[in-house]
Design a protein around this ligand. Structure first.
Ligand code: COA
Length: 159
């Protein structure tokens, strides 16, 4: 069974997977994401575990802090970041399910949130395709960071 859940300490070991160099350049490791979340103002960012049959197979961060304003002016939006699926579980549809189920998760736990925003590297074709298939839209906005150009994508949450 597929589920999204707030990160639990018991998930730690399973989330210590490595991505190959190419994929790693597009996202953060669990430890990096967890540290950044821990150092964020209280209740501004949360690590979410992607569970298959209760096994942690990936994670992402829902970030309600100031960084989202680099992508959007909407105070009610959330920044979806640091997303990955363990390579041993990639290609099974888990990434797509995680992105699709994030809307319900937000509705349940963060009902004030009305939009999800994210940035994806222009070279990261699989991730970009995934987001577009899941209803994210590109309205022409891009940004340049040290790692290259990123598309800014967003999705309004319909409750
Ligand atoms: C992006 C990522 C999360 C996808 O996870 P996943 O579980 O393998 O994805 P899914 O199996 O659900 O595939 C979903 C869609 O992704 C796209 N996709 C996946 N692999 C692809 C590939 N090699 N080439 C093109 N598109 C691909 C397809 O559109 C696919 O949809 P389809 O099955 O209908 O064809 C995973 O590849 C990953 O962890 N990548 C490294 C980190 C990363 O890039 N994170 C995103 C940062 S913005």
């Amino acid at each position: 069974m597929f589920k999204l859940a707030f990160y639990d300490e018991a998930d730690y070991t399973d989330l210590q997977y490595d991505l190959d160099k190419g994929q790693a350049s597009f996202t953060s490791t669990f430890s990096q994401a967890f540290e950044r979340t821990k150092n964020s103002p209280q209740d501004s960012a949360y690590v979410i575990s992607v569970l298959k049959n209760d096994i942690p197979t990936g994670f992402f961060v829902l970030d309600f802090g100031e960084d989202k304003y680099e992508l959007s002016d909407n105070p009610k939006c959330v920044l979806f970041r640091s997303f990955s699926i363990n390579p041993n579980f990639q290609g099974q549809g888990l990434g797509k399910k995680a992105v699709m189920k994030t809307d319900d998760f937000l509705q349940k736990y963060f009902p004030d949130c009305d939009e999800i925003v994210l940035a994806v590297n222009e070279r990261n074709i699989p991730a970009k395709q995934l987001y577009l298939k899941c209803g994210y839209q590109f309205d022409g906005k891009m940004r340049l960071i040290t790692n290259g150009r990123q598309y800014i994508l967003s999705k309004k949450i319909k409750f």
